[in-house]
Design a protein around this ligand. Sequence first.
Ligand code: NOJ
Length: 768
Amino acid sequence: MAEGAARNTDRKMKSLIDGLLRRMTLEEKLGQLNLVADAGGAVTGAAVNKDAGKKISQGMVGGMLNVWSPDKLRGIQELAVEKSRLHIPLLFSADVIHGHKTVFPIPLALSCTWDMKLIEKSAHIAATEAAADGLKWTFSPMVDVSRDPRWGRVAEGGGEDTYLNVHIAAAMVKGYQGKDLSRTDTVMACAKHFALYGAAEAGRDYNTVDMSPQKMREVYLPPFEAAVKAGVGSLMTAFNDVNGVPASMHKGLLKDILRKEWGFGGIVVTDYTAINEMTAHGVGDLKTVSALALKAGVDMDMVGEGFLTTLKQSLAEGKVTQREINRACRRILEAKYKLGLFDDPYQFFSKQRAEKKILSAAHRQAAREAVARSCVLLKNKDNVLPLKKNATIALVGPLADDKKNMLGTWAVGGDPEKAIPVAEGIKNVAGDGATILYAKGANITDDAELAKKLNVFGETATIDARPPAQMIAEAVAAAEKSDVIVAVVGEAKEMSGECSGRTDISLPKSQCKLLKALAATGKPLVLVVMSGRPLTMEWEDKHASSILMSWFGGTETGNGIADVLFGDYNPAGKLTASFPRNVGQIPVYYAHKKTGRPAPADAFKKFTSCYLDAPNTPLYPFGYGLSYTRFDYSPVQLSNTELRDNETLKASVTLTNTGKRAGAEVIQLYIEDPVASSTRPVKELKGFKKVFLQPGEKKKVSFEITSEDLKFTNADLVRDWEAGEFVVHIGTSSAATQSSAVQWRRSENPRRLAASPKTPPARKHGAP
Ligand code: NOJ
């Protein structure tokens, strides 16, 4: 929008909202801060709101969550627009996390594409379908960095790395919001969960977080800042406490960092009943915590109705001010204005648009491509993959012909009946040439107690009437008649996601037994692993011929996986979270700090930092992923070996496809800062490029590095770079890089800089 037009819109918006605020009663203002869940919608917490319809007509509700479809929402909107005194439209929101009805791979899977255009497009398609279904606000992206695969919600994020999550956050916000929130193909995004939710102690959901401010700023906050810079319309507070203060009343985070430092002017909404839960955190009754949340800068109360029921009293007691209430109310009205709801509150309820856009062939095709691009090839001994289209294939495993689990966690709009299971995808891709011998082989789990917990949203972990031994025997019989076994194994969809922490992240025992029996046949064994988190797979790594990590792929799972299995698409996904060898290693992540007693590579040495019973390294490192072709890297070439201040360093490698197939490679750039005033990670991702090469083709790939890329937050919380040596690593994964070093100097007068407490140290210890 041109500047003049934007100013005009701002003036119009201000005058409309000023007018409304003058006419609104206190109750009506508090009503706007009230986000309610209806029992008829997708419920994600213990509570739901009562009498939503009545409250809407009385102006006591600002928005609703997790209900959709033009007909349903039109009826609800009519209550607000026709019945309530000031006719203020409702804002309809939902957890559209990885697609709406065309479900895309889970976010962790999408992150493995390292393809920001694809990620942006997936968000745009989600927005198009959601807005066609009447929604104008999604609670996505989740930009919580997490280094703990026990935490079930790693499925919803972009993995362990800050830099990658920064880029994903921006791409998602752009994809959802586009350039104009009022269009029929955009929705307002919500970066969540602010903050540090991914650092929950012991990987247990909702658990406490205690962390140095330096680490917060280095690792966990940058993706939120990136979302804010990308113009995200809203942020959601986290359930956890942060250094003794629940996130939903954390002034340091919400006021000082978010509002003041980053200048965020959009909506801050709590997570589901997060205000009420502060009472259980032990910081006060509902009235107290509601006032504290408002004062800290929360605008909207999700489901708990603490604002609605207590702020009047708090205002009378002088615990909150009219100004604070007005400010929150204004932010919500502004969002509604920008979303076009005041122009025409019914414009997003069009059945024709819904029919045309939702699950369109183009959307399904994009989802299919996303599945193939999300797959990570972890092992491929003797090039067992790709499969021949005329092979006899034993297709086994509890997830081989399953529709119920394909969509993964948080696919509240998705219909499993529309999903393509692997068995169907294989038929679609291989055609009549291949002979498929199917046997289920095992249940996802034989543990009835666990199955009960997994089946809360309908039965997804089914326990077969046949005894496990019989199922295994059937699978082995199929294997013996085949050229190759494809075992589709993994988690049930509810084994990851919210409140789905696991202390053992291996494949369930039922499936391990099946795999052992299959391996004993001596036939080539290909594993397709579906899950919402990294799994521990040491046995599988030793005994399977090939392992394809497919995660949960959504609606087009089967087609996308089959495209990879038969080589119609050459896999190029790279892990965005390290795969530990065992849970005892957690957290294991590539950007770890150095210790004073480093251990020799993966060996035990007394009095060094290592374990008696396992190496320090993960089974598969961050950035790792194989291809059906081979890529060779030349040594790293640097444009300079000495730089000053704002000069730009060009770091290049020549990549050659030395294999027989065309394919893509994600070239990764890491920077190491060997000496600094604070301890630094061994290396940090600072760039990546995905390059497609024909067999025999070569390409020079260059990265530009400036002193901006060298900055870090030091122990005094000053963010800057420090002069000295830097090592540039480029390679195919965090654990396989080549490197070259440079000296980077500053020309400022170090004494002048040292005089100011805000200025960073001018040079590193021992730097020239
Ligand atoms: C709780 C989850 O933590 C959050 O991510 C989600 O958006 C809300 N429920 C709403 O469903």
